[in-house]
Design a protein around this ligand. Structure first.
Ligand SMILES: NC(=O)c1ccc[n+]([C@@H]2O[C@H](COP(=O)([O-])OP(=O)(O)OC[C@H]3O[C@@H](n4cnc5c(N)ncnc54)[C@H](O)[C@@H]3O)[C@@H](O)[C@H]2O)c1
Length: 473
């Protein structure tokens, strides 16, 4: 889209504005001249109804009825005309029952292990949505494709580059759609940011500084005590957490990455840093509980953060949460952060070079009081700075700035969607892709998404070898 068209769409092109001068009407990509970004960026007309446009409900089987499985299946409750959950699989009976009951799933379509879904050798729905842990993506995805299902697959796609490439080959072999859950591409904040960049509002993109602040308690919850603590059992944190970031940088720039160099380490969460007398669990009368920022009692019982893993079904009573922390089924979340079987780095830096020699520096940081990705984008005629919720566009020549600060809750179509609005947008586009058998309706197809995974595996090789790694898809 040309800058003029973009500004018209955005409702910010005033009659007789500086853009009508010959200088400013030159392509912003070809000239160092630039017009101010005027008007209200919040008026961007780039969002459409979150309800999928399909002729009949797309039938899906949810594999993995945990956090993500519940999130995506929630779309069917909001828009039953477009999606029907006809099957659920989970190895935990209570999770299977909860989700299957919610969607009125027939007894013969309630499965334990995902292998049961495929045991008949028949295709039982239009699509499967795979939300199992990272080490259980590859096998069900390969099998589903073989049986003719279209697949919505959680990231990271698989645990090795070889497996990721095998999934891509399988999708081509059976001519099926595979969507990857790179939900940020569907979040209004990133959609607006990309739209502004594509308009040429800051000229040519030269470089990025991008930071993913995990937030200290989130780090402790997911990558020290929780499901993604061990890189060998799941995937390295650059994939488990930050494949979104590699993907979003590549998507914003719209050019392939040529090379990557990375470094990382685990600084804090290891036994040698345990304060004196700290027991294995915070609930065992730890003398440091009142002052430790990572206390499980503080994070879960007092602050009531990250409760989704405890199957509380809405009960947020601190005593009930405390009992969960002592229950063997959940007590891994009660562990002292210095006495866990974790190996994920708590800080990670990477530097990338893209096709036109654009550069990006990335840093993943555990030790921040906030989450929300921070991005600075340097262009030839302007600059953008964003914090994951709002971004400001600066124009060099005019000195003017323009802010996008639209809350997802103020965009009616996106209300109720998690991850900054991305979850529902992803499901909508996947349903349309399946309903019309048209993968172009989905931006995060496997073809588009595999590159960020290849970048992540290259980053891991680089931090181990100490060398710059080429990225080749
Ligand atoms: N796209 C995103 O932004 C995003 C966010 C969080 C997590 N994730 C990814 O989503 C996936 C699921 O994460 P989650 O937070 O929902 O985890 P979760 O632990 O809440 O849910 C996973 C579920 O899979 C079930 N399961 C395990 N083995 C199974 C098997 N063999 N057959 C059937 N079910 C099985 C578990 O019992 C559990 O209920 C992970 O790969 C994770 O990395 C993606």
């Amino acid at each position: 889209m040309k800058r003029r068209d973009f500004l018209k769409t955005a409702g910010v092109l005033a009659a007789g504005s500086a853009l009508s001068s010959p200088l400013a009407s030159a392509s912003p990509l070809a000239s160092s001249a630039s017009a101010p970004v005027e008007g209200d960026l919040n008026d961007l007309k780039i969002f459409r109804s979150i309800e999928a446009q399909v002729d009949k409900p797309v039938t899906v089987i949810i594999i993995g009825a945990g956090n993500r499985g519940r999130t995506y299946s929630g779309y069917a409750s909001l828009y039953p005309r477009t999606m029907k959950v006809v099957g659920v699989s989970d190895i935990l009976d209570h999770r299977l029952k909860y989700l299957a009951d919610k969607h009125d799933v027939a007894p013969e379509m309630r499965f334990g292990h995902y292998r049961e879904v495929f045991a008949s050798g028949k295709k039982l729905a239009d699509a499967v949505i795979i939300c199992t842990p990272d080490d259980r993506h590859f096998e069900p995805c390969m099998k589903a494709l073989e049986l003719g299902y279209d697949v919505l697959l959680e990231k990271p796609m698989a645990q090795t580059e070889k497996e990721c490439r095998a999934i891509l080959a399988q999708s081509k072999k059976y001519n099926r759609i595979v969507g990857i859950c790179h939900v940020l591409r569907y979040a209004p904040y990133f959609m607006a940011l990309r739209h502004v960049l594509r308009s040429g509002a800051i000229g040519e993109i030269v470089s990025f500084q991008h930071m993913e602040p995990i937030q200290y308690a989130h780090m402790a919850h997911s990558y020290v005590r929780g499901n993604w603590r061990n890189s060998k059992e799941t995937t390295p944190i650059i994939l488990a957490k930050s494949c979104h970031d590699l993907d979003i940088l590549r998507w914003l720039l719209d050019k392939p990455c040529k090379s990557i160099v990375a470094d990382a380490s685990l600084h804090l969460f290891k036994a040698e840093n345990a304060p004196e007398g700290a027991p294995s669990h915070c609930t065992d009368g730890c003398p440091h509980e009142a002052t430790c920022p990572y206390s499980a009692i503080d994070i879960y019982c007092r602050r009531k953060a990250h409760l989704g893993v405890f199957d509380l079904n809405g009960n947020r009573d601190p005593e009930v949460i405390l009992q969960r922390l002592k229950d063997p089924a959940y007590s891994s979340y009660g562990r002292c952060v210095y006495h866990c079987d974790n190996d994920q780095p708590d800080h990670y830096v990477a530097e990338m070079v893209f096709e036109g020699n654009e550069t990006a520096t990335f840093s993943m940081e555990a030790f921040s009081p906030f989450g929300g990705r921070r991005t600075r984008i340097m262009g030839t005629t302007g600059y953008i700075e964003g914090d994951g919720g709002t971004f400001t566009v600066y124009d060099f020549r005019s000195g003017k700035k323009n802010v996008w600060n639209r809350k997802v809750s103020e965009i009616p179509e996106y209300k109720g969607s998690g991850h900054g609005g991305g979850d529902l947008g992803l499901v909508r586009d996947f349903l349309e892709a399946v309903g019309h058998q048209d993968p172009t309706r989905l931006t995060s197809t496997i073809e588009a998404s595999i590159e960020s995974h290849v970048m992540g595996f290259a980053a891991e090789r680089s931090r181990k070898s100490g060398k710059k790694e080429k990225v080749k898809v």
